[in-house]
Write a protein that binds this ligand. Structure first.
Ligand SMILES: [Zn+2]
Ligand SMILES: [Zn+2]
Length: 113
């Protein structure tokens, strides 16, 4: 195990640090910006981006068809050996499968082009 050099360890450390910073950044941003936005007169919901992640599709733009109510049917087909069946996804209607919708706080003041 002596083929790991000091620079490799240092590189690993920096990489981990960067990874942590990348993961922590949105959380820190969310913490700070919420209070800052209101003091700056910006929209608390979207920070004047006028867009927020769609709550219906969680920002993915697609909604999985089916769900809990039909899971027993899926189990039934699974028991028949239809393992190649994939869960169909439908485009999200709320955001036109963009994953983002207009901020409800700002939309009233936005004029569409
Ligand atoms: Zn807004
Ligand atoms: Zn959506």
């Amino acid at each position: 195990m002596d083929n790991i050099t000091a620079s490799e360890i240092a590189g690993f450390g920096v990489g981990t640090l960067l990874l942590c910073a990348t993961i922590a950044a949105p959380k820190v941003d969310a913490l700070i910006s919420a209070s800052q936005r209101s003091s700056l007169g910006m929209c608390r919901k979207c920070g004047d981006l006028r867009m927020i992640a769609c709550s219906k599709c969680k920002g993915i733009g697609l909604i999985r068809k089916g769900g809990f109510s039909v899971s027993f049917i899926n189990d039934f087909f699974d028991s028949l050996g239809d393992s190649n069946r994939t869960m169909p996804s439908i485009p999200c209607i709320s955001c036109q499968s963009k994953g983002r919708i207009q901020c409800p706080n700002c939309s009233s003041s936005i004029q569409l082009k």
